[in-house]
Design a protein around this ligand. Structure first.
Ligand SMILES: *Cc1c(COP(=O)(O)O)cnc(C)c1O
Length: 393
């Protein structure tokens, strides 16, 4: 059949994006309730949201932030990362995972990924550790947890802090336990494409009271009101470190609370669509479907296929464009962070992480979100089969 990019009819009439939120009437009502309450920000909803998220993952503390990037920034502060320090992370991630290190004046060091899971390869981490290394920021890419036991072992041996970027992995499990209790601090994001949304928003969960205190301090300008000399008046506060205004609002927290009740259903739906994709594509040699590590349950933020380019006549770019013409909104996650011009200026060069670079050239994220219908999923399958069979050698 003629491809849409050559003027043929597309497999579907409307454009399907790769990810999107699911907001219902009860979510809207929850926000409206807060709008009618005395507190739009710094009220009771934030605390309630933090408590619920901590309970959900099984952590002692949760501190909410205006977005996931701010949360990572705060975690780097709490971990004591400073100028001159090095922090090891993966290149196959959103820029925020490494930028948070730069915000502290420290240096991100990129360790290559595992060719099967696309997650940071623990074997590569140890070689990069120097006396300056302070922390590791592993990313649970697509929602599949990294090898958390292996990372933990390396961190303990070298006394490093683990800040897990679990923006993709809310609700994922590793060896039967939810992501959020394995690392010193774990970040989740509530951007609309993630599992649940607050518009913008993020959170750090931790079992450490000390980290929780530092995170709260950083969120509110570095200002404290407790433990101040009794001679001072009740208005008095002290700014003891350079913090930011990184607060989430109560309006957002109330949306988060409403969304949180639906999280398990959202994940179940994502799994169901992922399994449907797996079944449809497993007999196609031109594609590699996502590898699933034993003892982990992905929360399926992304469904990433890898093209076997040696079996195709064109590159990923042509496949991407042909699928968009079919109204299938595929995406690429991610451009290796150090390819960015800003990182190049800092001296990072191509060739640093060959597996990540090779992977980047061949991957595509298919649409995956709970609000997709069976017809949407079938149209993606039809579009992928149509385009790939047209371009196969
Ligand atoms: C979304 C995301 C972030 C940042 O989250 P925001 O809430 O958008 O700031 C960080 N890391 C990864 C891997 C992400 O996908």
């Amino acid at each position: 059949m003629k491809l849409a990019i050559q003027g043929g009819p597309p497999v579907r009439a409307s454009f399907l994006s790769y990810g999107q939120q699911w907001i219902e009437e009860d979510d809207i009502e929850a926000v409206v309730e807060t709008l009618k309450s005395p507190y739009l920000t710094q009220g009771p909803k934030i605390y309630e949201f933090e408590t619920r998220v901590a309970e959900y993952v099984g952590a002692n503390y949760a501190v909410a932030f205006s977005n996931g990037t701010a949360a990572l920034h705060a975690a780097c502060f709490a971990a004591g990362i400073e100028e001159g320090d090095e922090v090891i992370t993966t290149p196959l991630t959103f820029v925020a995972s490494a930028n948070c290190v730069l915000y502290r004046g420290a240096k991100p060091v990129f360790a290559d990924i595992d060719a099967a899971t696309y997650n940071i390869d623990p074997k590569g981490i140890e070689k990069l550790i120097t006396p300056k290394t302070k922390a590791i920021i592993p990313v649970d890419f697509t929602g599949q947890p990294v090898d958390l036991d292996a990372i933990r072992k390396i961190a303990e041996k070298h006394q490093l802090v683990v800040i897990e970027d679990a923006a993709h992995a809310l609700g994922a499990t590793y060896k039967g336990r939810k992501v959020g209790t394995f690392s010193d601090m774990t970040m989740f994001s509530f951007h609309p494409v993630k599992h649940i949304t607050t518009g913008e928003g993020g959170i750090i969960v931790t079992d450490s009271e000390d980290y929780a205190k530092k995170l709260r301090l950083f969120r509110t300008h570095g200002i404290i009101k407790d433990n101040i000399s009794e001679d001072q008046g009740p208005w008095y506060y002290e700014m003891v470190s350079l913090g930011f205004n990184y607060r989430l609002t109560d309006m957002q927290a109330s949306l988060g609370l409403s969304q949180l009740q639906k999280l398990d259903d959202f994940i179940t739906q994502r799994m169901k669509w992922a399994e449907r994709y797996n079944g449809a594509f497993k007999a196609m040699p031109e594609l590699v479907t996502p590898f699933q590590l034993a003892e982990t349950d992905s929360s399926w933020h992304l469904y990433v296929i890898r093209l076997n380019l040696h079996l195709l006549k064109v590159s990923r770019k042509e496949i991407f464009e042909a699928l968009h013409a079919e109204n299938i909104g595929v995406q690429v996650h991610y451009i290796p962070v150090y390819y960015q011009p800003y990182y190049k200026k800092l001296g990072y060069e191509k060739g640093l992480c060959p597996i990540a670079e090779e992977t980047y050239d061949a991957i595509l994220s298919l649409p995956l979100f709970p609000k997709m219908t069976l017809e949407d999923v079938e149209s993606v399958i039809e579009g992928v089969k149509k385009v790939v069979s047209f371009y196969k050698k």
